[in-house]
Design a protein around this ligand. Structure first.
Ligand code: AMP
Ligand code: GLY
Length: 425
């Protein structure tokens, strides 16, 4: 069979990880990225389009002869890129807009979970006519959790014990969006499950755990994610079985029965309570970043088959195998991230570390990195992540940190406690 060329849409560390995994497949020919980043430029062909319409993306894929489009981020999915690919007969990994609303609208996600009978936090929908003080009273026994009903790039949720902060976020959200969700606080430990699915089948990949706060000990502001490891032991066999039977199976039944089935990966953000009972905190309609960086390297079967299978309703769960090893990634962020990252500073040591190649013991996924001639510059908040795979989580952690120590970025910061929950158990 002729190798297939693939177009990967997006520009983050997740997309670099996707390109690395695809290039590991003998079934993949050339990999193209739109727009990609400095990491993908090393191993694939980056493209820039002035025309940002979906039609332009579809046209590019056609001109390149791509047999698969893999969409990394949520925004183009919520905006209908998969629908445009479907109209052109182009296999697309990523759901159509009607199903991407699971991430685009928290209210839609809640209503879907009610319909599918999936456990999640109780909530109340507030608008300009609501008695907001009574609602705050009703949820006053634990921190208030306020969620905007729009795609907010990770800034749509406030969890706080400060009543005036909760009230202010409710008021501004109602003003801009018309409504807002106030939901019950779920105590427990978080985990992420990435479930690849199509109209016929679904495949849960090994569970992982992100570290969303900026600083060690889960202190500081929320970020896009400062590091992750996989598999996460909080999802033991009993918990895993509950997640499959109570959440994954009902969601897949629901999504496979839609007029156009879900073809892509469903990211399930979970809270596992003290009894080992799982609740859904959020759905995303894409791979997590940095969860993707630690999950795909553990897939020992062909990743192209996995993605192309899901895009074409040909997913074969029996053909998907995963390693029994451990992966860990730690994110290097620019000074000031997440509030106001300082950009443009050189990263020293890149050439040597990049020369190590990939899928050995350790490698990098680049995100906010640019080139100026031979120099490598930090151009974003999350700059890159250092990933390692080993036989146990402590060794993976040691290797990922050793690799990171070979780089230097003025003011750069990273967490030093990735996987502390696994190692402290
Ligand atoms: P979300 O964007 O919905 O994932 O929310 C961002 C973060 O807020 C989550 O990763 C959790 O750490 C926290 N969070 C969201 N909802 C809840 C909840 N009901 N109870 C406790 N923490 C929550
Ligand atoms: N790491 C969390 C996310 O990708 O949303």
């Amino acid at each position: 069979m002729q190798p297939t060329d693939v177009l990967v849409v997006g520009s983050g560390g997740r997309e670099h990880a996707l390109v690395l995994a695809l290039l590991n497949s003998p079934k993949v020919g050339a990999v193209h990225c739109l727009p990609g980043n400095a990491g993908t430029a090393e191993i694939a062909t980056n493209h820039v389009l002035e025309d940002t319409s979906h039609q332009a993306t579809v046209n590019l894929a056609s001109e390149l002869g791509a047999g698969l489009v893999v969409v990394g981020p949520e925004a183009p999915l919520c905006d209908g890129l998969a629908d445009a690919c479907a109209s052109a007969g182009l296999p697309c990994f990523g759901p159509v807009a009607a199903l991407a609303r699971l991430e685009g609208s928290k209210l839609h996600a809640k209503l879907t979970m009610q319909e599918a009978g999936v456990p999640t936090a109780e909530y109340v929908l507030l608008d300009a006519n609501s008695d907001i003080e009574s609602a705050l009273d009703a949820y006053a026994s634990s921190p208030w959790v306020v969620k905007r009903d729009v795609l907010a790039g990770g800034k749509g949720v406030v969890v706080t014990t400060d009543r005036s902060e909760a009230r202010a976020f409710i008021d501004t959200s109602i003003e801009t969006d018309g409504c807002v969700l106030l939901e019950a606080f779920l105590p427990g430990e978080e985990a992420s499950m990435l479930v690849v699915m199509d109209g016929q089948a679904c495949v849960p990949l090994p569970p992982s755990q992100d570290h969303k706060r900026a600083f060690d000990g889960d202190e500081g502001p929320n970020t896009g994610g400062m590091g992750a490891y996989c598999p996460a032991p909080v999802v033991n066999d009993v918990v895993h079985e509950r997640i499959v039977s109570r959440i994954i199976e009902p969601m897949h039944r629901y999504l496979a029965a839609q007029p156009v089935p879900y073809r892509g990966v469903l990211f399930i953000g979970l809270m596992i309570d003290e009894h080992g009972d799982p609740y859904v905190v959020e759905f995303n309609v894409r791979f997590g970043d940095p969860e993707c960086q630690v999950t795909l390297p553990l897939v020992t079967s062909d990743v192209f088959d996995l993605l192309h299978g899901a895009a074409t309703d040909g997913l074969d769960p029996a053909g998907v195998t995963v390693s029994d090893r451990f992966a860990l990634t730690v994110v290097l962020a620019s000074e000031g991230y997440p509030a106001a990252p300082i950009k443009g500073r050189p990263i020293e040591g890149m050439a040597e570390v990049m020369a190590n190649g990939v899928y050995g013991d350790a490698w990098l996924s680049l995100a906010g990195v640019g080139r100026d001639g031979q120099a490598w510059l930090a151009t974003g908040g999350r700059v890159l992540s250092s990933t390692a795979v080993a036989n146990d989580v402590a060794s993976a952690r040691q290797r990922a940190y050793e690799q990171l120590e070979r780089l230097s970025l003025q003011g750069g910061h990273h967490r030093s406690d990735i996987a502390h929950r696994a190692l402290d158990r």
